[in-house]
Design a binder for this molecule. Structure first.
Ligand SMILES: CC(C)NC[C@H](O)COc1ccc(S(N)(=O)=O)cc1
Ligand SMILES: [Zn+2]
Length: 260
């Protein structure tokens, strides 16, 4: 594990570091030996339609690949959830070096990056903006990235990044299957109730963190780091790195595992 701490004055964190009264904040460290096996946890069932992919853009914090979530075309069900959830976007968090970058950790182990696939409860709500305020409104799949062999599926996304270097730049992005970014084994995961890791930090997320990581190449991660936090107008260009939140107290929450 690394001794590095994201400095409190880091540009991204002028905001509140802990939500007042927040007792289910994210991210957290997953202490494997304290996680509780729950045999009632089902396998995740993802049905993603690549044609619902719409655009890729730099929001000044990460880059998002956004999906048409006006119908139930790309969905997640199973896991700990009773309801059906709609994919609305996925994005990543990464470090300035391969030594750190993930938001969650496993027994304090840091990964160079973490993928988040964001879904909202379309059985109970009609918009993401509505679901984001509710306890059971969101479901986010977290996948750790490790540096190794090149990820062929990711390359299409990496090739689009130079076109969105600056904050608020958008390009059309079609026919991308986010399923190609999931590990081969999605039956083994840890799950807990938490929050968004960026403002509005709402405590509406059922997290499912995959036990199996995916591999990407050093060169592919380096392209992530070529993105900028800043817009084209600003004179101080800041490279988009270390866009992860500091870890939050567990506050007595249980972390369950779908595997023994
Ligand atoms: C309420 C809407 C309009 N704005 C919310 C904004 O998009 C933030 O959405 C999100 C969505 C996901 C996450 S994470 N890193 O926890 O997966 C953080 C913020
Ligand atoms: Zn995220």
């Amino acid at each position: 594990s690394s001794k590095y701490v994201l400095s409190q004055m880091h540009p991204m964190w002028q905001g509140p570091l802990v939500v007042p009264g927040g007792d289910r904040q994210s991210p957290i460290d997953i202490v494997v030996r304290k996680s509780i096996f729950d045999s009632k946890l089902k396998p995740l069932v993802t049905k993603y339609d690549p044609h619902t992919c719409q655009q890729i853009w730099n929001n000044g914090y990460s880059f998002l690949v956004e999906y048409d979530d006006t119908t139930d075309k790309s969905t997640l069900q199973g896991g700990p959830m009773e309801d059906k959830f709609r994919l609305c976007q996925f994005h990543f968090h990464w470090g300035e070096t391969n030594a750190w970058g993930s938001e969650h950790t496993v027994d304090k182990k840091l990964f160079p990056a973490e993928l988040h696939l964001v879904h909202w409860n379309s059985d109970k709500y009609s918009l993401f903006e509505e679901a984001v305020m509710e306890d059971n409104g969101l479901a986010v799949i977290g996948v750790f990235l490790k540096v190794g062999k090149r990820h062929e599926g990711l390359q299409k996304l990496v090739d689009a990044l130079p076109a969105i270097r600056h904050k608020n730049s958008v390009v059309e992005f079609n026919r991308f299957d986010p399923g190609c970014l999931l590990p081969t084994n999605t039956d083994d995961y840890w799950t807990y109730h938490g929050s968004l890791t960026t403002p509005p930090l709402t405590e509406s997320v059922t997290w499912m963190i995959m036990k199996q990581h995916i591999e990407v190449s050093h060169e592919q991660l380096a392209v992530f780091r070529s993105l900028l936090f800043t817009s084209a107008e600003e004179d101080m260009q800041k490279s988009m790195v270390n866009n992860f939140r500091v870890q939050q107290p567990l506050r007595g929450r249980a972390v369950r595992s779908s595997f023994n």
